[in-house]
Design a protein around this ligand. Structure first.
Ligand SMILES: [Cu+2]
Length: 169
């Protein structure tokens, strides 16, 4: 019979994806951004590592920017400076905040200006092999806009919860 065979095919096709979900320890919480300055934009978020081993953000890309860099801002002698980061470690069971005055993503060479209410799409790549699609909500204030609240991008965890990608427009 045709139908049961088709169902088996569908199950086979879904198999690998379901398995991959158990290897996605990183959760991205409240990704948000600010209106662009010139052709540069920023990205803030909280990276949570639910895994039992350390992981690291090693790459980021966006269809709206020429390149995306991880930076760390530090204040020394009253001068704020930014240093590019090759990788940002996230300890096992820990988290790293990307927030004003510290770590942030820098979107270089934006193809379109960002204003409050916009969304900035990006893909984050982790040392463990996980790729997470993120949609940064652009706000006008100094903290995450309402649009970023409860905007969980990826949920991991072996068994307990399924990984889900939520992309609001
Ligand atoms: Cu920067």
């Amino acid at each position: 019979m045709f139908a049961p065979r088709l169902l088996a095919c569908a199950l086979l096709a879904l198999g690998p994806a379901a398995t991959a979900a158990t290897h996605m320890p990183i959760e991205v919480r409240q990704p948000w951004s600010r209106p662009s300055a010139g052709t540069s934009g920023v990205g803030y978020m909280l990276l949570v590592n639910h895994g039992r081993t350390a992981d690291a953000l090693v790459k980021a890309e966006s269809p709206l920017a020429a390149r995306v860099e991880a930076h760390r801002a530090t204040l020394a002698g009253g001068v704020m400076s930014m240093a590019p980061q090759v990788r940002v470690e996230i300890p096992a069971g820990g988290s790293v905040a990307f927030a004003p005055g510290g770590y942030h993503l820098m979107f270089v060479g934006l193809k379109t200006p960002l204003k409050a209410g916009d969304r900035l799409p990006a893909t984050l790549v982790f040392a463990g092999g996980q790729r997470v699609a993120v949609s940064f909500a652009v706000g006008s204030g100094s903290g995450p806009p309402a649009a970023a609240m409860g905007h969980t991008v990826a949920r991991p965890e072996a068994g307990a919860e399924r990984t889900q990608l939520v992309t609001k427009k």
